[in-house]
Design a protein around this ligand. Structure first.
Ligand SMILES: [Zn+2]
Ligand SMILES: [Zn+2]
Length: 245
């Protein structure tokens, strides 16, 4: 165990470096250490969301959803927020160099909001949607990877790169909705280490769900026993924001 994790030392470390909101920099109470690292007003502004179907993520209650509680693309999905100005700004910050603390705070909000669901899902491993290595080389950071790391840490679960992109694909946000499923079809391959595992797939933003669905298909082919999805922001089709990510 690293010395800074020794029980009893945390209060002293917090006195030297008081916890701050990762989004606005405001001081947080010392008791907030280990929590979501967001002040209440940022947490409220960022987490604005609709009531959603827990199976497919559509912005309607599960009981009224046309999926009737069974989604063919994954076994369940949780979302932190509807894609709007506040969350968009933070997702962009998380992608930039040194975006780790913002990504960790977004992961903290997501886990705080959906902890019960994560427990019910009995997840074995947290897996990010992968970025193609060439894009990663150009960008440096993958927001999905940082978010997966933060979620895994808070849930006490392993974080593994069990998916890889077979080929680079044009960015989904540069394509019309109807072309997005074809764009990513067959783009991912999963490790055999997914066999028999209950996987939580993590991404920063989703719109049509095409990327998540293809990742799930690869994981199921590799033998995963269940694939759930967690995304920070979902841009709903037909909303003013729906065309952006
Ligand atoms: Zn704040
Ligand atoms: Zn549904």
């Amino acid at each position: 165990m690293a010395w800074w994790n020794l029980p009893g030392l945390a209060p002293f470390i917090d006195l030297v470096c008081p916890p701050r909101c990762a989004f606005c920099g405001a001081d947080l109470p010392v008791t907030a250490a280990g929590g979501p690292m967001a002040c209440a007003s940022c947490a409220d502004a960022i987490s604005i969301d609709s009531v959603r179907c827990g199976s497919c993520g559509e912005p309607v209650p599960s009981s009224e959803c046309r999926c009737r509680g069974r989604c063919s693309d994954w076994d369940g999905i949780v979302v932190l927020a509807s894609y709007g100005d506040a969350v968009r700004g933070q997702v962009l910050r998380a992608k930039r160099p040194a975006g780790e603390s913002v990504a960790a705070a977004l992961a903290g909000l997501l886990v705080a909001k959906h902890r019960e669901t994560f427990t019910v899902w009995r997840i074995d491993v947290v897996v990010p949607v992968p970025m193609h290595w060439r894009r990663r080389l150009a960008r440096g950071t993958s927001a999905a990877d940082l978010l997966a790391a933060g979620i895994a840490r808070r849930l006490g679960l392993p974080h593994r790169h069990l998916l890889r992109r077979r080929r680079a694909t044009p960015m989904q946000n540069e394509l019309p909705f109807d072309d997005r499923h074809g764009n990513v079809r067959g783009a991912f391959v999963a490790s055999r280490r997914a066999a028999g595992r209950r996987v939580l797939l993590v991404d920063d933003v989703t719109t049509t769900g095409a990327t998540l669905a293809e990742c799930r298909r690869a994981l199921v082919e590799a033998g995963a026993s269940a694939v759930y999805a967690a995304v920070v922001a979902r841009a709903d089709r037909g909303s003013a924001e729906g065309g952006r990510p």
